[in-house]
Design a protein around this ligand. Structure first.
Ligand SMILES: [Zn+2]
Ligand SMILES: [Zn+2]
Length: 261
């Protein structure tokens, strides 16, 4: 397993998918969002030229093989070995917090909150890990579902100059100030284990991304009503654009990527 600063190789582009965008597409300003697809729950596919990145793939039934897979934490709906097996090829890079990394085989990099990868695992894409933890969501025994000490993660990707933040499972935390002004923020809205819709709207106000996308709904927990409540909350408090993506995007590739307002 490579630690940070290890011998990670620069990845070569995967074989081109028939409908992959032109390699230069993401170099235009404000187009990162067009390369982002929701695959359901907290899973996303980010297409960068001919390379494909997955974050927390879970029950992804179709899609191009992964060049890079990022896992935020060990809960089964975020760390799905079956999905990783299905999407990975022998050269796929895997990045995860230590407790998850030690359960993975292959080209694995362990990363902790506050660390950044020194080399691009996918050409043109920088990866930085941020803390993700609960401040107010606790189980019956009084323990947070996501303890800060666990070292679980959110990620910031710098994609050819544009920035994407996937918060992982978290409450609103001060570390979010470190991703202020990102182009795209992916935020959980279901409550119970993560931010409620209202708290996620507060996170969006604080981060002020160009576009915010609600996640962590539509599978086991969280409903479209939560996503809509998030959008209303954001619209009331700030001018951030909210996009609700289709949870089917990962399954039927011809499906619309999101519903515009
Ligand atoms: Zn979790
Ligand atoms: Zn979760």
């Amino acid at each position: 397993m490579d630690r940070i600063g290890g011998t990670a190789r620069t990845i070569l582009a995967a074989p081109s998918a028939p409908d992959a965008p032109a390699p230069q597409a993401n170099m235009l300003p404000g187009v990162l969002i067009d390369g982002v697809q929701w695959t359901g729950h907290s899973g996303f596919r980010v297409t960068v030229g001919r390379a494909t990145i997955y974050i927390d793939p879970y029950r992804v039934e179709a899609g191009p093989a992964a060049d890079l897979i990022l896992i935020t934490h060990g809960h089964y709906d975020h760390f799905s070995p079956r999905d990783i097996e299905r999407l990975a090829h022998p050269d796929t890079k895997l990045v995860a917090p230590a407790a998850v990394a030690e359960r993975l085989a292959g080209d694995v990099t362990s990363i902790a909150p506050g660390e950044a990868l020194e080399e691009d695992l996918v050409r043109g894409v920088g990866v930085r890990a941020l803390a993700a933890y609960n401040t107010s969501k606790r189980d019956a025994a009084g323990d947070p579902f996501h303890a800060r000490e666990a070292g679980w993660l959110g990620y910031e990707l710098n994609v050819l100059g544009e920035r994407l933040y996937h918060s992982g499972d978290t409450d609103v935390i001060p570390e979010m100030d470190g991703v202020a002004g990102v182009d795209v923020a992916l935020l959980p809205v279901s409550g119970v284990y993560v931010m409620t819709a209202a708290q996620a709207a507060e996170a969006a106000r604080r981060i002020a991304p160009r576009v915010a996308v609600p996640m962590h709904w539509g599978h086991h927990i969280g409903t479209r009503a939560d996503a809509l409540a998030f959008r209303r909350g954001v619209e009331r408090s700030c001018g951030v654009e909210v996009r609700l993506m289709s949870p089917r995007a990962g399954v039927r590739r011809s499906a619309p990527l999101y519903f515009r307002k």
